[in-house]
Design a protein around this ligand. Structure first.
Ligand SMILES: [Zn+2]
Length: 578
């Protein structure tokens, strides 16, 4: 029963106050029946104090103190590192704000601490689901990972290690993103994830709780950044040192309390949204810079046809780094700009895909009224929403979109391009639904002046469907046949989107915005195509391993937690504690 309460608190379904209230009610009932559950009593106790009974005060404090004392927290060591920060303080006399620069010991959880703790208590987490006794199995899994990975990046420093060590190299990805913190100041959340999930190599379904798949390193509000990106550099510096030492000399851990084994953490990808990678890796390229992309010279970035650089560029690209050295580059293998991976969630779900769905819905309601019916634009949009909603019900999906409106697609002035709405998951739903509607419609095959546009739309959406369905159904490694389908559909998707943009532009309509993210989509596909170029490679890396599907959820959760705690300087320590 206590476990059920704790699970609900963890998921945010009930507050600490409610949990304590329910526990005390339950304990009262059970006492009537003559039963005493010692565990529930522990929680119910807090509801009996005088203030606790009346107002439920201090419930959160009591609950967390008890979680600490009852040793229900994962006993991971929290270290500190010295970073320069900038604080805005109120002066006592006038109440005006004064900026102060100072050095603080910022709490961080080093990867080595996570590894030591988790390997001891729950080794399956890092070993792809294998137990501590199955040494041969997990060694074989890691060895085959690295032998397949040679095709992705044969230059990685991991291949300078003796072959017998590869069975103990754990592939990891570093992720950084900004969430919304207290008073809407951005909150940088840095975390590390394993590439091979604990559910095993062939199961990338992201059904697990995101706290279980991500290991928090640290977080910091962006208002604390001192000038010249120094704060983040110092913070990442400590992370880089820890990972570099781990890579070079290994981390000895006690696997499941049975035997001592040495493991090596190996970073294979740095990912996150564009502002994070720019800041953290000191890239001179960026969506507002002259050079847009760090993976190629990107002279004409909007060209995603077979001749464009996103698809045709091979060989090393000119150095995209700024002169100032980024600490992340000192992590073995990370000095290569190719390791900074564009991720599908930002590129597709929150980028091109969102734009594509928004533009399609608005265009079909405004200019091409063949699928959605109505007298006015809003009536058409309402009709479209009705269809979408009933499709969701039929397919047992839930969406966070409550209605279709022009302003929801960020069209406030008439000359604006529609942009994506809702969350990442909504984009996936909208995409599937529009594909369904277009397929239905074309079966009727009516003569229409917009036939060419509708056919292009149908072609593009079916490419999107094949592309997304294939990559989400495969594991970390996909067979050649699937990879070939991914490449075909992925390139078709990019071409379809730009063709839709130019077709609309030729009619004077403002739909399908071409923005730098359009350039990154073919890069993701090109990465798969490059691997297919090696005829001996039978397993191809799935781009989903770099996607930040649940990362986004994780950032949301952490920021939500952080928003609820107000304790000045203690903030960060307590956030990490939870
Ligand atoms: Zn590029």
């Amino acid at each position: 029963m206590l476990d059920a309460f704790l699970e609900d608190i963890e998921e945010g379904a009930i507050t600490a106050k409610r949990a304590i209230h329910l526990a005390s009610r339950a304990s009262k009932r059970m006492r009537h029946l003559g039963v005493v559950d010692q565990n529930v009593e522990k929680l119910a106790r807090f509801g009996r104090s005088r203030t606790g009974k009346r107002r439920g005060s201090n419930a959160a404090r009591d609950l967390h103190r008890w979680i600490h004392r009852d040793k229900r927290l994962l006993p991971v060591e929290v270290s500190t590192t010295r970073v320069p920060i900038r604080l805005r303080k109120r002066t006592k006399t006038h109440g005006a704000k004064k900026v102060e620069h100072c050095w603080v010991d910022h709490p961080v959880v080093l990867f080595s601490s996570w590894l030591v703790t988790i390997m001891n208590l729950f080794p399956r987490y890092f070993l792809g689901g294998y137990g501590p006794g199955e040494i041969d199995k997990y060694r074989r899994m890691f060895e085959s990972f690295w032998s397949n990975y040679r095709n992705v990046d044969g230059q990685h420093e991991v291949y300078q290690k003796p072959l017998c060590d590869l069975g103990h190299c754990i592939p990891l990805a570093l992720h950084g993103d900004e969430g919304r913190g207290l008073a809407k100041t951005p909150l940088m959340v840095l975390s590390i994830q394993t590439i091979i999930p604990s559910t095993g190599e062939n199961d990338l379904s992201q059904a697990q709780h995101s706290y279980l798949t991500r290991l928090l390193y640290s977080l910091i509000p962006s208002s604390w950044y001192s000038q010249k990106e120094e704060t983040l550099d110092f913070l990442l510096g400590a992370l880089a040192t820890d990972l570099r030492e781990g890579f070079n000399s290994g981390i000895v851990v006690n696997v499941g309390g049975q035997q001592e084994v040495k493991f090596f953490p190996v970073i294979v990808a740095i990912k996150g949204d564009w502002p994070f990678v720019r800041k953290a890796c000191h890239l001179s390229s960026g969506y507002r810079s002259k050079r847009v992309c760090h993976l190629c010279p990107s002279e004409e970035w909007w060209d995603v046809s077979a001749n464009g650089q996103a698809r045709s560029w091979s060989g090393p690209s000119p150095c995209p780094f700024k002169q100032k050295w980024s600490p992340l580059r000192s992590i073995p293998g990370c000095d290569n700009p190719d390791r900074i991976q564009p991720d599908l969630l930002h590129v597709w779900n929150l980028g091109v895909g969102g734009d594509m769905c928004a533009s399609t819905i608005l265009m079909l309601s405004n200019k091409v009224r063949v699928i959605f019916q109505g007298r006015s634009l809003q009536a058409c949009l309402d009709d479209a929403y009705g269809k979408f909603h009933s499709w969701c019900v039929d397919n047992r999906s839930t969406t966070s979109i409550m209605s279709f409106e022009k302003t929801k697609f960020k069209v406030i002035q008439p000359n604006q391009f529609p942009r994506g709405c809702g969350k990442a998951y909504d984009t996936a739903l909208l995409c599937k639904w529009l594909h369904f509607e277009l397929e239905q419609h074309c079966l009727e095959s009516e003569a229409s002046e917009h036939q060419d546009l509708l056919q292009l739309l149908r072609w593009t959406f079916s490419a999107a469907d094949v592309f997304l369905r294939t990559i989400y159904n495969e594991g970390v490694w996909m067979p050649r046949a699937s990879a070939e389908a991914v490449v075909r559909a992925g390139f078709a998707l990019g071409e379809g989107y730009t063709a839709l943009a130019s077709l609309c532009a030729s009619r004077g309509w403002r739909y399908y915005r071409i923005r730098p993210k359009v350039h990154l989509l073919p890069h993701i596909v090109r990465d798969v195509e490059k691997q297919l170029g090696n005829p001996r490679a039978s397993w191809i890396a799935n781009p989903v391993i770099y996607a930040v599907w649940s990362d986004e959820d994780y950032i949301g959760r952490i920021s939500r937690l952080a928003r609820r705690i107000r304790a000045g300087g203690l903030q960060v320590v307590r956030r990490l504690g939870r």
